[in-house]
Design a protein around this ligand. Structure first.
Ligand code: LLP
Length: 417
């Protein structure tokens, strides 16, 4: 359930017609709904309310300070994967003891900064990282709390680019090496071993893979307890999918039920790292038709939003619904919705039936809140779009459109003699 709907034939975000936002801030623009963000966070987090847990929003899905701040104000922690995300999280007011740090390639500098900040836990992904982290913490006179990220070899049945928990993926420590690495880590001076972590992949639309993953982690937990390790946190990562088209992912409550059944008696705090399920359907990318173009075999709507604004269709062939902002009686036609960028992979939607459009018409590319703005770029020297947060009748610019000065900031022409 989200708060994008037609009121008197006009697509609105909460009470604000998208047409008005286009007039005020221009296009392309990302438009987030406050009520949807609140609803999705509460539906997810509330599903675990009878369990000791911490919902750590995955910053990579949507990193805007205002959104991180909003989620933190509702009790969320965050899952970060870089020094930049640590910086954002702290700036947004997320308490350090609600931050977990995942990622397969943390640098020494990133590790030092996170140890100094006093984050809740590092999800460590390799034996070399175990050693680096212990040394770094020791040098700072601290102990870093760690979980090992386990690669449980579970098929998440999703796009191969976003599968992470298979043996062939670069992520985590193979489950068969886990015990040895745990015992080694427990003996190092800079570390306190506190958790077990996994992340299977993203846009997972059934509970089966989560249940398989958790079963494997539970077995490991029992094994580690027998070896005298005090494991207090069990981190199941993120990955719960959403409806972009016809997918029917489990509701958060069903996902929670499946996990809870297998957690009883473990005496651990459950950590969850949802990204997409919180923000995915809480935003749209608003674009304007520049030209309608008849090709030799296809018809195109050339819009002012391109793959630099929303790369998911180009990168993964992802489906995003496209809705006209104003309802019309014009007859439907089949079109490709494309951007202005000089690549044939620059499309937002292919072979869609949409009412005949005219230059100037506005279109909403739906379900764009997760990995939308956060994966946008300046390719073709395009300025990144603004991000707008709508709450009721009010429009808040939470990131202004970039300027040409922003585009060249930091560049210099050297004197080459
Ligand atoms: N935790 C870890 C360690 C992750 O790597 C991820 C996402 C998450 C949590 C959050 O997963 P979510 O709940 O959002 O599925 N760019 C791709 C998705 C990449 C996901 C990467 N990891 C896309 O646009 O579909």
């Amino acid at each position: 359930m989200n708060h994008f709907s037609y009121i008197d034939g006009e697509l609105c975000c909460e009470n604000v017609p998208l047409r008005r936002i286009a007039q005020d801030v221009g296009t392309p623009a990302y438009i987030y709904s406050h009520a949807t963000l609140v609803r999705h966070f509460q539906a997810f987090d509330g599903s675990f309310k009878d369990l000791d847990h911490l919902t750590c929003f995955s910053v990579k899905a949507c990193s805007n300070l205002a959104i991180l701040n909003l989620l933190a104000s509702m009790g969320a922690g965050v899952d970060i994967v870089s020094g930049g995300e640590l910086h954002r999280a702290l700036l947004a007011g997320v308490p350090a003891d609600r931050i977990v740090f995942s990622g397969v390639g943390k640098t020494e500098e990133e590790i030092r900064d996170a140890v100094t900040a006093g984050i809740l836990m590092f999800n460590v992904e390799s034996h070399q990282e175990i050693d680096l982290l212990s040394r770094a913490a020791e040098n700072l006179g601290k102990k870093a709390r760690i979980a090992l990220r386990i690669n449980p070899d579970v098929d998440p049945k999703t796009h191969p680019y976003i599968s992470t928990g298979l043996r062939k993926n670069k992520f985590g420590i193979p489950i068969e090496d886990a015990e040895e690495q745990y015992l080694r880590a427990a003996g190092l001076p800079g570390l306190e071993v506190v958790g077990i972590d996994c992340h299977l992949g993203s846009q997972i639309t059934e509970v089966g893979p989560f249940v398989d993953g958790l079963n494997r982690l539970r077995n490991l937990l029992d094994q580690l307890k027998k070896r005298g390790l005090n494991i207090r946190y069990l981190d199941m990562g993120g990955g719960l999918g959403i409806t972009y088209d016809t997918e029917q992912p489990p509701e958060p409550i069903d996902y929670a039920r499946a996990l809870k059944e297998r957690l009883s008696g473990t005496d651990t705090t459950l950590i969850l790292e949802p990204g997409r399920v919180i923000v995915g359907n809480a935003a749209v990318l608003l674009v304007q038709v520049l030209f309608t173009k008849k090709g030799a075999t296809r018809n195109f709507l050339v819009t002012n939003g391109g793959m630099n604004d929303l790369v998911r269709p180009s990168l993964y062939g992802s489906y995003h619904a496209v809705w006209p902002v104003a309802k019309t009686d014009r007859p439907p036609t089949t079109v490709d919705v494309v951007g202005p960028i000089c690549e044939s992979s620059d499309f937002l939607a292919k072979e869609r039936s949409l009412p005949e459009a005219l230059p100037g018409d506005l279109l909403a590319v739906m379900s764009a809140g997760a990995y939308g703005f956060s994966m946008s770029s300046n390719y073709n020297s395009r300025r990144r779009a603004p991000e707008i947060l709508v709450k009721g009748d009010a429009i808040h610019v939470i990131r202004r459109r970039e300027t040409f000065e922003d585009l060249t900031r930091g560049e210099q022409i050297p004197d080459l003699g």
